[in-house]
Each structure stands twice: as structure tokens, then as C-alpha cells.
Design a protein around this ligand. Structure first.
Ligand SMILES: [Zn+2]
Length: 411
């Protein structure tokens, strides 16, 4: 409150001038459109009251009585519903203009008023929370959103804001709490998100070395939704705890359900294990991970080996271990069996040929790769909306702009 008074003291004249001008403009517009709504007598009384207050406030200011001027000014604005709207509009305007402190002052002054309805106070409080949020005053934003939520529990947007902030600052316990509340008032299913939040919480526990709590959080995550991220962390946990058979089964399950995540799984498994409490854990982990990788490399599951992602993961693992010849053999074999291979496979093959010094072969395959890339790109696209086409278009069929065509290749 003190801050607000200070601010108003410094800017009183300009605030009064601005608000009175706005009020007058607003009433001009209102009257123009809804002339019948307000009787002339009522309109005149509003003008009269506002002019009087404006004069009083100015007089107080001139004689140096700032407190009285502010009081007069603050009392002035709730003469009718429209002036409250102007307050809200001004607050919103300041906020969107980046003048957060001014927005905060306006909304705080609204909240502090005695003669407003509860719903208006709640609305002002919500606006204030948004001010803090936009201004990056995280703690104030959280507290204010919480106050808003206490008054009315059924506000998905407030709960979503609390979820977002806690997810931003990675406070997963709070994020979880508010997601659960949100799932009760929102129509959208939150299970997948809740599962992800619990996995994030489990991840934090994992890197702290609290494997038992980590497992508990993961089990909760699985209850909401069996997300891939939960499965990958569980696999990691099996490895660190030495449950190699569980780890192997878990890896196979992930690969069968989501072969396209194969490379990502190994990237996650390779992430370093930081645990100062047990320095030997890292060594043990890497040893066991090696066993898991060997198991993966010796896989002969037909379905799995058909997947290009699985093959690419194998190739990458072999390259990491400098087994370039073996990588070449496996990839060549796979390409002979599967004629329609992607550019990623082809590019990997070219890289292997180069590392093996087989430059002639590499050149041939590079030419084929370039042809393939060329064919897979359309020749023209719309510079406005990105619409792709091989034919010439003067008016884009998608965004309907004229002559937005762009050429990918200068022919
Ligand atoms: Zn277009």
C-alpha cells in the first residue's frame, strides 16, 4: 500500500488527467452507442460528481495536501460500473506495455478498496497475480494465484498458471499437486502430463542417489500413464540396482513398442551417473551397461531388425566401440535386404565408407544420396505459408496470396 501511495504521489496529476480523459472518452462512446440506456439526468449526475472530485483532488494537490488528494481520487472511481472497467483496462494496458509496476499499483489499489463487490475484488486479485507472473516475481505470483484459488476453487486457468510456474522452476511436488487439482476441474485428461511430472521427480531422486524413492515415484507415474520416459528411467534404475534380467526385458519391451526411440534410449543410458555418495556406482553402472549393449548388438529378433532405427542404433554403438568393419557388414547386409532405405541410413553408410577409406564407393553412394534428397524436395514453395508444390502457382492454393512462389533450386 505504501508503494502505491508513493507512486501515486509522484504521478498524481498525470494519473488524474489520464483517467478523467479516459472516463470522458468512454462516456462519449457509451452515449453514442447506447443513448437510450442512461437517462440524461443520470448522465449529468455522473459528470457532476466526477468533475467535483477532479476539482477537489486538484485543489488538495495545489494546497499541498497530497493524502487528501489521493483519498479523494481513490474514492472517485467507483461511482459507476464503467469506471471500474476503465481501471481494469488501464491495468491491462500497462501490463501489456511492460509497465508491470504501474499495473500492479492499479490492481492493488482496486483490491484495497472497501466499496467493491467480492467478485470484483477476486477479478482484481487475479489480474494482480498475472502482473506478478508476467513481471517475473515468481514468489508473489504463486502466493497471489494461491489466494485467488482459495476464494474460488473452480478456476482451471488459475490452476494451470500454478502448474506452469512450478514446472518452470522444477518444483515437481507442487507441480504434481496442482496438476491433480487441475485434473478435477478441467475437462482435459491430465494423466500423461502427471506421469511426465512424476518421472521428472523420479529423475531428480535418481541423480541424488535416492533409488528407493525414485522407484516409488516411477511406480506412481506408471499408474497414470506408461510413458516412454518412465520406462527409460526404470531401465536405468534396473541397471544401477544390478537387476540385469529385468533391464534386458525392459529394454526389449521399449524397443518393441517404440523402435524409433532406440537411439534416444542409448543416449539416455550413456548420460553420466553423478552420485558422490558411492563413487564406485558409476563404474558398476558402466560395466552393466556394457552387458546390456552387448545383448542389444546380438539381438536376432526379426521384427526388430527390420526397423531402420534399431539398425542405426546398432551402427552407432559399434562406431562408438571403433568396430567400423562390423558396422559396415551389418549395414551393407541390411541395405541389400531392404531396398527402400531412408536418407539417414544412406548418409550413415557414406560416413562408414569414408572412415574405411573406400572413397570410390563413398562417391557413388553420395551421388545416389544427393539424387534422393533432390527428389524428396518439392521444387516450389509459398514464401508466405510454406505450401509445397512441384507445379507453378501464381496464387497460393493454401493462403491465397498472389505471387508468393519461391524456388528451392535455381534451375
Ligand atoms: Zn501460401
Amino acid at each position: 500500500m505504501e508503494l502505491l501511495l508513493l507512486w501515486i504521489q509522484n504521478h498524481l496529476l498525470s494519473v488524474i488527467a489520464l483517467i478523467v480523459t479516459t472516463v470522458l472518452i468512454f462516456h462519449y462512446v457509451i452515449e453514442k452507442d447506447y443513448a437510450i440506456k442512461l437517462s440524461k439526468k443520470y448522465r449529468n449526475s455522473i459528470y457532476e460528481a466526477q468533475s467535483k472530485i477532479f476539482l477537489n483532488a486538484t485543489q488538495h494537490l495545489i494546497v499541498g495536501n497530497r493524502d487528501m488528494a489521493i483519498k479523494e481520487f481513490l474514492n472517485a472511481m467507483d461511482i459507476n460500473r464503467e469506471t471500474l472497467e476503465i481501471y481494469f483496462a488501464l491495468g491491462g494496458l500497462f501490463r501489456s506495455n511492460g509497465e508491470i509496476e504501474k499495473a500492479i499499483s492499479i490492481h492493488r489499489s482496486l483490491i484495497a478498496r472497501e466499496n467493491i463487490s467480492d467478485s470484483t475484488r477476486l477479478r482484481a486479485l487475479k489480474e494482480l497475480a498475472i502482473d506478478f507472473d508476467k513481471g517475473g516475481f515468481i514468489d508473489h505470483a504463486i502466493d497471489t494465484y494461491k489466494d485467488v484459488h482459495k476464494i474460488n476453487k473452480d478456476q482451471p486457468d488459475v490452476l494451470l498458471a500454478l502448474c506452469r510456474i512450478h514446472e518452470d522452476i522444477e518444483n515437481w511436488d507442487e507441480a504434481y499437486k496442482y496438476r491433480i487439482m487441475l485434473s478435477k476441474v478441467s475437462n482435459e485428461n491430465q494423466s500423461e502430463t502427471i506421469s511426465h511430472i512424476l518421472v521428472q521427480k523420479a529423475k531428480k531422486l535418481f541423480y541424488k542417489g535416492n533409488y528407493h524413492e525414485c522407484m516409488e515415484s516411477l511406480e506412481d507415474a506408471f499408474k497414470f500413464a506408461p510413458s516412454v520416459s518412465a520406462k527409460i528411467l526404470q531401465l536405468k534404475l534396473y541397471i544401477i540396482q544390478g537387476s540385469i534380467e529385468d533391464a534386458k526385458a525392459s529394454l526389449l519391451e521399449i524397443l518393441k513398442e517404440h523402435p524409433m526411440y532406440a537411439s534416444f534410449v542409448f543416449v539416455s543410458l550413456n548420460e553420466s551417473i553423478t552420485n558422490s555418495k558411492e563413487p564406485q556406482t558409476k563404474e558398476m553402472y558402466n560395466l552393466r551397461l556394457k552387458t546390456i549393449k552387448e545383448m542389444f548388438l546380438s539381438l536376432d529378433d526379426k521384427d526388430l531388425l527390420n526397423s531402420p532405427s534399431i539398425i542405426l542404433s546398432k551402427i552407432r554403438l559399434l562406431k562408438d566401440e571403433q568396430k567400423i568393419e562390423e558396422a559396415y557388414r551389418i549395414l551393407k547386409n541390411w541395405m541389400d535386404l531392404n531396398k527402400n532405405h531412408s536418407e539417414a541410413i544412406k548418409a550413415e553408410f557414406v560416413k562408414i565408407l569414408i572412415s574405411l577409406g573406400r572413397y570410390e564407393e563413398a562417391m557413388t553412394h553420395t551421388m545416389e544420396l544427393l539424387d534422393k534428397i533432390y527428389q524428396s524436395l518439392t521444387r516450389h514453395y509459398c514464401g508466405q505459408c510454406g505450401y509445397n508444390s512441384d507445379s507453378i502457382f501464381w496464387r497460393c492454393p493454401q493462403c491465397r496470396e498472389w505471387e508468393t512462389i519461391q524456388f528451392r533450386w535455381k534451375i
